[in-house]
Structures are given as structure tokens and as C-alpha cells.
Design a protein around this ligand. Structure first.
Ligand code: KG4
Ligand code: ZN
Length: 332
């Protein structure tokens, strides 16, 4: 049987459409929304409007070499995400599934980030641990099977991507600041500045304390020298990045020791961070971990990962009825 699924992602500030054919990604079209740069963060109302403007374009491009009548199902990100943004993708997917009289599939965005590991070789075997690090989430997930996942640790407040972005904002950098901190850090001394780590029991995280520590430290230094940030941008970025990575790594090592699992994967926007990738490569050699890092294009938000998740959901006949709604706080 030919299985061809169109998937739509619209949970935050990327409008994306992708087509998967028998488990192989054919197209992955992404329209990023630059409008948010000037506001220092994603403005939900503007994101919804931009999704409306972009969605027909990305779907048309994703379907360029595919006939709509050959589609087996339409998938969309059901949550978690911004309600208004999710509604654009959900309504579009529902209308198209209804018009073509084919099944509708609702996908969990966080599960999809993890399933991005099944787009290309090497694919991890089960069970494995995935550190999912994005702008809205920080989770350690025990992945038992494609759609059987268990969160064993998570942030109690800010996500690590949020910590990167807020630290960048304090230093006067535009949104999203994570990739900029990565860039400046590569030319900086990571040992010159240190920031306190939070001490949370178990496998959970907290990133709100470090954000406040950065804020107060810079406020005091800028009072003494107004050019302090500009003069030290590389070293500050390297220090902030090192502190955040150390926090991530500590709990990941603990999770691996406690579960006895040494297949380790990373997923989500922050998994594009070169410092995190380097540290994990080194740590993996030391600890004999089998490490899985997705290609850059599948780290940040994209519909290919939604399509991959939809492929496995289709095989389970896990379809959604037309009366189901987007879930901004969707859990696995
Ligand atoms: O997964 P994602 O695209 O969207 C969400 O689902 O949140 O992740 C976006 C987050 C942002 O916080 C962004 O700053 C961060 O990923 N990010 C990075 C890098 N690339 C993206 N953070 C650090 N270093 C990077 N290279
Ligand atoms: Zn995401």
C-alpha cells in the first residue's frame, strides 16, 4: 500500500508543510516569521496572522510534485503551542481532510521533535533517552517505542531555550538570541564568567535563577562601565552557554546512570547549539554512550518531524475526529 501523508506545523513562529511517502520525507518547506525579531519574542497575534499568510504557500510548495488525490491522510500539530497559531494549522488540515474525505491525524509537537530521529540514518533503537530542549520545553524523555514515551525529568519553570533567549535579550540582542549566543560564544573564553547552577532534586531542571543572576550581574557591571556588554560579548556568551550546558548535562548523566540506558539523543531547537553538540560528543566517548544528533534542519520547528510522527500514528490507525481541538498544553 502507498502511504502518503501531508503534515502541517504551526505551533509557534514557523509555518511548515511536509510530505512523507512510506516513511520517507519528500519535501519539507518552512516559512520563518521574522516579524518577531523587533519585539524581542514571539507575539501570538502576529504569529497567527503570519501563519494565515504563509500556509497556502508552504502547502502548495510541499505538494508541488504530488496529486492531492494520492494523499492518504492530513496531519497537523495539535499541541503544545500557541492556541491562535495552532488553530490556523488545525483548521486548514481539517478542511483539507474533509474535502478529500481522508483521515485526520493530530500530532504532539514534543513527540515529533523526538521522532525527527527516524527521518534519516542512524536511527536509535529502543529504549533510548532523549534530551528535548526547545524554546518552550526542557525534558528528559525515556523513549520505549515510536509512540510510547515517558517524561522522567523536566523544567519546573523556564525552558533552556527561553534562558538562552532571555540572556540574549538582557545583552541587547534580537530574538531569537540562542543562535547568536552560540555564534559569539565560539569566539569567547567560557571560563571567564560563571553563573550559579540551580540545585533541583531528581531529574528536574530550573532555569529561572540563572536568568536573574545574569540580569543582576550585568546591571551592576553596566553601572560601572556602560560598554561592559559590548566589550565582553564573546566571553559573556561563552560563559552563559557553558553554564546552561553544564546544567543540562548533569541531569542527563544522572538519567543515564539511573536507567542504565546509554543510547542518548537530543532534539528541539537548542539541539542546534554547537557547544552542546561538542560537549555531548566528548562525554559520549568518555561514557561509551551511543549519541544521536539530528541534522540541523530537523532541530528547530519543521513539518517533516510532524509527518514522521503521523506516519507511525497512521500505522496504528490513530486518527482524529473533526470535533477535536488544538491543545496548547498537550501532554504525551
Ligand atoms: O524547537 P524550537 O524551534 O521551537 C520551540 O518548539 O520552542 O526551538 C526554538 C528555541 C529558541 O529558544 C532558540 O533560541 C533556540 O531554540 N535555538 C538555539 C540555537 N538554535 C535555536 N539555542 C542555542 N543555540 C542555538 N544554536
Ligand atoms: Zn519545537
Amino acid at each position: 500500500m502507498e502511504l502518503i501523508i501531508l503534515a502541517i506545523e504551526s505551533s509557534c513562529d514557523e509555518t511548515s508543510a511536509s510530505v512523507v511517502h512510506n516513511g520517507k520525507i519528500l519535501n519539507n518547506i518552512i516559512a520563518s516569521q521574522i516579524i518577531h525579531e523587533q519585539y524581542g519574542g514571539v507575539v501570538p497575534e502576529l504569529a497567527s496572522r503570519a501563519h494565515q499568510q504563509n500556509i497556502v504557500y508552504v502547502v502548495d510548495k510541499a505538494l508541488a510534485n504530488i496529486h492531492k488525490k494520492d494523499l492518504s491522510a492530513i496531519a497537523f500539530t495539535q499541541g503544545p503551542g500557541l492556541l491562535g497559531a495552532l488553530l490556523v494549522g488545525a483548521s486548514f488540515a481539517k478542511a483539507l481532510a474533509l474535502a478529500l474525505d481522508i483521515p485526520l491525524i493530530g500530532v504532539n509537537h514534543m513527540q515529533a521533535h523526538i521522532l525527527a530521529h527516524f527521518i534519516d540514518e542512524p536511527r536509535p533503537s529502543f529504549p533510548f533517552l532523549c534530551l528535548t530542549v526547545s524554546g518552550g520545553h526542557t525534558q528528559i524523555v525515556k523513549v520505549n517505542d515510536y509512540l510510547d514515551m515517558q517524561i522522567i525529568g523536566q523544567t519546573l519553570d523556564d525552558a533552556v531555550g527561553e534562558a538562552f533567549d532571555k540572556a540574549a535579550k538582557i545583552m541587547g540582542l534580537p530574538y531569537p538570541g540562542g543562535p547568536l549566543i552560540d555564534k559569539y560564544a565560539s569566539a569567547g573564553d567560557p571560563m571567564r564568567f560563571s553563573f550559579p547552577h540551580s540545585q533541583i532534586p531528581g531529574l528536574d531542571y530550573s532555569f529561572s535563577g540563572i536568568k536573574t543572576a545574569i540580569l543582576y550581574f550585568l546591571r551592576d557591571e553596566v553601572a560601572k562601565d556602560p560598554d561592559f556588554i559590548a566589550k565582553n560579548l564573546n566571553d559573556l556568551s561563552a560563559g552563559i552557554q557553558r553554564s546552561l550546558i553544564e546544567m543540562l548535562l548533569k541531569k542527563l548523566i544522572k538519567a543515564s546512570c539511573e536507567t542504565g540506558i546509554n543510547r542518548i539523543a537530543i532534539a528541539g531547537g537548542v539541539s542546534a547549539n554547537s557547544g552542546l553538540r561538542n560537549v555531548l560528543e566528548t562525554e559520549s566517548k568518555k561514557r561509551k554512550w551511543q549519541l544521536f544528533i539530528p541534522a540541523f534542519e530537523y532541530c528547530t520547528d519543521n513539518a517533516a518531524m510532524i509527518a514522521m510522527a503521523a506516519h507511525y500514528k497512521y500505522l496504528n490507525k490513530d486518527f482524529l475526529s473533526q470535533d477535536k481541538v488544538p491543545l496548547p498544553r498537550m501532554h504525551f
